[in-house]
Design a protein around this ligand. Sequence first.
Ligand SMILES: [Zn+2]
Length: 370
Amino acid sequence: MSTVLTHALRRSGLWFRRASPSGRSFEVAARHVRLYSGPLRPNKKPLLDKNSGTILGVTAGLLLGGFYVSHLENAPETGRRRFMAVSKQQEDFLRQQALQDTLRQFQGRILPIHHPLTQEVRRITRRIITASNLGYLEGEATHADPESTALFDPWAEIMHMPGSEIPRSPTMHPEKEWTVLVVDDRNFVNAFAAPGLVCVSTGIMPVAKNEEGLAAVIGHEIGHVAMRHSAEQLSQSKLLFPVMGLLALLGVDFGISSVLANLLHSLPHSRALETEADIVGLKLMSRACYDPGAAPRFFEDMSRLEEGNNIPTFLRTHPQTSERIAHLKTLLPESYNIYQSNPECAKLEDMRRRGYIKRVSRDVRTGAVF
Ligand SMILES: [Zn+2]
């Protein structure tokens, strides 16, 4: 339980010690015991009588309910109803916090900016955020600077696609600066993003295999940011502790309520966010002229890594990989439409057809171009 809640309960007199049958004492936050079962401390009167307790519980419930309903909104892209209660300042703070935590956690293992793998991840990230006009890389000009990259990369010609369908939010806009970090850890198969931060481990590169596989990973992670998932999770936590406190007042054991909240809310919610990031990630990579078919191919390779991992769906933070692959495949026709409607992709396809350029595919493990 949070120390804030514990402190508040202690101060209000709602938190007290009770002797267990084994003689060890343990603490309970159970207002109802004193309200409805008589005082446990012989010399201390209950703070509130039964009616006052009921009024307090109902009032707190109504206030929380009103707060929840007044902060509901439809998520862009999917229309999912979601609870969002954070300010722009708090979202900016999330970026700083995520960056500091990542730098601290992986201290000494972050590849330098000029390392070929960092350059590869920066290039893919640049291409994805440029195509959807979502910002620029730290240390680069605000807008695409052809002089800086065109000599080495024909894809640098990709400019943002007009009529963006990618949601605009405080975390995603043309002036947003992005930091790209690559963690050198072959045993850490992971990638994550926060507003303005993309972090990829070298451990995921053998699974991603090539540039398009890595674009599927990065597209998914930027999809989380586009949909403001970290802000949504912060909003949820603002509601969770008061609800847990209220349930404790009503007599629900804190341990039981936290297990139920996890199974009935947090885990399904986390899976819904993953599905949403898959949807948006596919759009982002398609707009950047990456073959969207690379996304289900990546998860097929991931599923081979996960063989023998038989955790049931309801206990997972992520959907079953087989379900993700099937879902991504249903989205492919729309993704290929997005790809083909980007004039830059068509131009590149035309140049390729005429033999002016080859399809550039790099092996992200070795940097080899083929
Ligand atoms: Zn994810």
